[in-house]
Design a protein around this ligand. Structure first.
Ligand code: KIV
Ligand code: NA
Length: 265
């Protein structure tokens, strides 16, 4: 089976073919999304909230990211695996960024890393690419900066923010990123950014004009029920189904219906 490469992402944009990316944090989920045919698997630092129960992405460590990414790489056959660089693994300078991202590549077998930030992180993106590490940018809402912004609000609403986002997008592309995530920005601005770049934009809460879309797998299948942002579409209700299956099991054990002949030796 032919593997998806960074070049394929760029080719898809040129051909006007949409790019699909979903998160996965383990072997089984990676298998499911890979076999279903996504182009990219993002091992997002959202794993902090979704599988580790933290209240933000801030506490996530390199060790946790590496542990989960190794499992994802073992489950994928075709999709491009992107390692989400956790808080403090790249903000302290280009040397730290190269050492940590290089470690991610060496130890997990992932294909690329993602880092949050625009103009202010461009030099770091350049250093990573120069070291041979493919980079996905991430602008708009940057969850690792939640404590500076004071929330997860929509970005790019004011004229000043709009200009800054266009500058960020340009800086990320010029620094050598092969794709950029646009999180929670108005559709029209995402369209303007998408048209102004030669690298693909991957939107989450950024409307239909992006070159691709990314969602958190657990949101998409209705497993993460803590909260649901407007941009999440639930294509299944697995959380509800799982709970009802468990209730059924409890009931049948109590009633002596399980295990029956069929499930015994
Ligand atoms: O951590 C994550 O899952 C992400 C995506 C939502 C873009 O960064
Ligand atoms: Na993330």
């Amino acid at each position: 089976m032919e593997r998806i490469t960074t070049a394929k992402f760029l080719e898809k944009k040129r051909k006007g073919e949409k790019i699909t990316v979903l998160t996965a944090y383990d072997f089984l989920t990676a298998r499911i999304v890979d076999e279903a045919g996504v182009d990219g698997i993002l091992v997002g630092d959202s794993l902090g909230m979704v599988v580790l129960g933290y209240s933000s992405t801030i506490p996530v460590t390199m060790e946790e990211m590496i542990h989960h990414t190794k499992a994802v790489v073992r489950g994928r056959r075709r999709a491009l695996v992107i390692f989400d660089m956790p808080f403090l693994s790249y903000q302290t300078g280009t040397r730290d960024a190269v050492l940590n991202a290089g470690r991610a590549l060496k130890e997990t077998g992932c294909d690329a890393v993602k880092i949050e930030g625009g103009v202010e992180i461009a030099e770091t993106i350049r250093a990573l690419v120069n070291a041979g590490i493919p980079v996905v940018g991430h602008i708009g809402l940057q969850p690792q900066s939640v404590n500076v912004y004071g929330g997860y609000k929509l970005r790019g609403k004011t004229e000043e923010e709009r200009k800054k986002l266009l500058e960020d997008a340009r800086a990320v592309e010029e620094a050598g990123a092969f794709a950029v995530v646009l999180e929670k920005v108005p559709s029209e601005l995402a369209r303007e950014i998408t048209e102004s770049l030669s690298i693909p934009t991957i939107g989450i809460g950024a409307g239909r004009y992006c070159n691709g879309q990314v969602l958190v797998f657990h949101d998409l299948v209705g497993l993460f029920e803590e909260f649901k942002p407007k941009f999440v579409k639930r294509y299944a209700e697995l959380g509800r189904e799982a709970k009802s299956a468990v209730r059924k099991f409890i009931e049948e054990v109590k009633e002596g219906k399980f295990p029956d002949e069929e499930h015994s030796y």
